[in-house]
Ligand binder design. Sequence first.
Ligand SMILES: [Zn+2]
Length: 148
Amino acid sequence: MIRFFPLLLLLCACTPSVPPDWPLPQWRVHGAPVVYEAATLPAHASAQIRGGICFVSWDPDRWDTLAPSVRVFIIAHEIAHCELASAPLSPHAAEYAADCRAVQWMHRAGYLSASWLATLCAAIMDWPGSATHPSGPDRVMNILECAP
Ligand SMILES: [Zn+2]
């Protein structure tokens, strides 16, 4: 069993995984399937394009503490960053655009019920703002304007 452990690790590192409860595992960006991976930074989610492929990462330890609507939103938001990567946007404008696209995708996929939207907005209200991210209340205002 121990002899096969390194091979198992290699397989785990190379195989794209899908976050738990992710409803849309076949998501593609610019024709290539999105690759999901665990984040190395705690309480962090991010997106990065490498070799033309969108890599989305998240903190698996924090994942279990999030409501399903927040999980779906975070992944959709990060995928939106991949799609918007070439758009000349300021950091805050990029966040607003990714938030807007995420809730519109969630709506089209049937994942934006009134209760999911309420849970999502309640969670985002507490998110702090920064030089790169608008404050939670500002993001909620934007989301409510974008939500169909
Ligand atoms: Zn973002």
